[in-house]
Design a protein. Sequence first.
Length: 150
Amino acid sequence: MRALVQRVRSASVSIADALQGEIGPGLLVLLGISTADTLDDVAWLAPKLVKLRIFPDPAGAMNCSVSDCGGEILLVSQFTLLASTQKGNRPSFLRAARPEQAIPLYEAFRAALIRELGRPVPSGIFGADMQVSLCNDGPVTLWLDSAARE
């Protein structure tokens, strides 16, 4: 699983001009699921993400997690995070899991985030054409990859 994590002041996802989900301060998580991903990847990535200390403490140092600061998480599926641009100019998405594998893992990941965070986690709809808006905070943007455990 690959997650592009952005600390945000606010973020939202819409589908066909209808608001699907929105958050205030917290994390926007764009999630790509590969053909090699399993529930072990969910079990590693969800707590890692919720415990990341990337929010400022009272002194301004990044010592607080989204959970510590009462922040929210918006989850959006994004298969293009698994793109390979090694050959030619057209990205290949062969590493991205097909919906029959990816949807159950996406839902398991969202459920794990809800358990870890202790509050609802709004999300987009897997496979939909979505419009994502955000106000990046910092900016702080991180890349987490469960295959590399980094």
